[in-house]
Design a protein around this ligand. Structure first.
Ligand code: SF4
Length: 91
């Protein structure tokens, strides 16, 4: 994620901007993606680097309109449910 997107994402969280978009991405993609879950299977709200993610906090990342999921499971306002399923089956 580019520095400008990181700043933008954190500002959006503080101001509540794009919260619906963030909720949509988190509820439908990130919470169903194993990359954001720890070894106990708990959702961490982070795209965990040790699981192959980017290391970003998800509330900020998903609040930035131009941010992209590192696995391309979501982008813009689209979620690729087939890609999510495919990724989870490959693990
Ligand atoms: S890889 Fe994509 S869907 Fe999975 S936790 Fe990271 S941002 Fe969310």
């Amino acid at each position: 994620m580019k520095i400008i997107q990181i700043i933008n994402g954190h500002v959006n969280v503080i101001l509540g901007i794009n919260s619906e978009l963030s909720d949509y991405r988190i509820e439908n993609a990130c919470k169903k993606c194993s990359i954001s879950h720890n070894e106990d299977g708990k959702f961490t709200n982070t795209c965990l680097k040790r699981n192959g993610g980017c290391g970003c906090p998800l509330n900020a990342k998903t609040s930035s309109k131009n941010a992209e999921c590192p696995k391309r499971i979501w982008f813009n306002e689209t979620i690729d449910f087939d890609k999510l399923k495919e990724y989870e089956q490959k693990k």
